[in-house]
Design a protein around this ligand. Structure first.
Ligand code: GTP
Ligand code: MG
Length: 185
């Protein structure tokens, strides 16, 4: 077997959007209803095979609380990939995500692959099921329309996904599409 290519990946985004939950879902196939906020950052690794390539993600899961913002450059410096997370039920979290994207585009490695991820999709699906009369996509729980985030991602050159760390929906796709997008050295 060929040696795995190491890919340094950083997660950024507002507090409580589900960054740690996404990583735990990807690495441990597990979900916790009430997670403690991350302090500083957490480090995890996970291997992933895509096409004929074996990738080992070295993941820095950063803390979203504002008091940790100044630590972020330490984690995104030299990163080959970034996952910028927002919460589809919280409009302000997309604004925060956009400011992280701007910071990455200005300060990080110019070849960095950035994925924009709208998490907590299960809350929208759940609300739609409970309100059978509502037309699809009209849920009041959803505060960020998918088309709006997708259009922003496209014009900014980002990969785009919606996920649920709770159900696992879309989570593996984020990491496998990133793996496919990393330039071969
Ligand atoms: P910080 O470490 O403070 O930056 O937060 P974080 O972005 O790592 O968020 P975390 O993963 O700790 O999740 C915050 C809360 O949201 C927890 O109570 C999670 O259980 C919950 N949560 C995370 N992802 C989802 C999801 O996909 N769906 C639902 N319903 N809840 C989620
Ligand atoms: Mg966390």
């Amino acid at each position: 077997p060929t040696k795995a290519v190491q890919v340094k990946l950083v997660l950024l985004g507002e507090a409580a959007v589900g960054k740690s939950s996404l990583v735990i879902r990807f690495v441990n196939r597990d979900f916790q209803e009430n997670r403690e906020p991350t302090i500083g950052a957490a480090f995890l690794t996970q291997k992933c095979n895509v096409d004929d390539r074996s990738i080992k993600f070295e993941i820095w899961d950063t803390a979203g609380q504002e008091r940790f913002h100044s630590l972020a450059p330490m984690y995104y410096r030299n990163a080959q990939a970034a996952v910028v997370v927002y919460d589809v039920t919280k409009a302000a979290s997309l604004d925060k995500a956009k400011s992280w994207v701007k910071e990455l585009q200005r300060q990080a490695n110019p070849n960095i692959v950035i994925a924009l991820v709208g998490n907590k999709l299960d809350l929208v699906q759940q609300a739609e099921e409970e309100d059978e009369d509502a037309e699809e996509g009209t849920s009041t729980v959803r505060q960020v329309p998918q088309e709006e985030a997708a259009a922003y991602a496209q014009e900014s050159g980002l990969l785009f996904f919606e996920t649920s760390a709770r159900t696992g929906d879309g989570v593996d796709q984020v990491f496998s599409d990133i793996a496919k997008s990393i330039p071969l050295e």
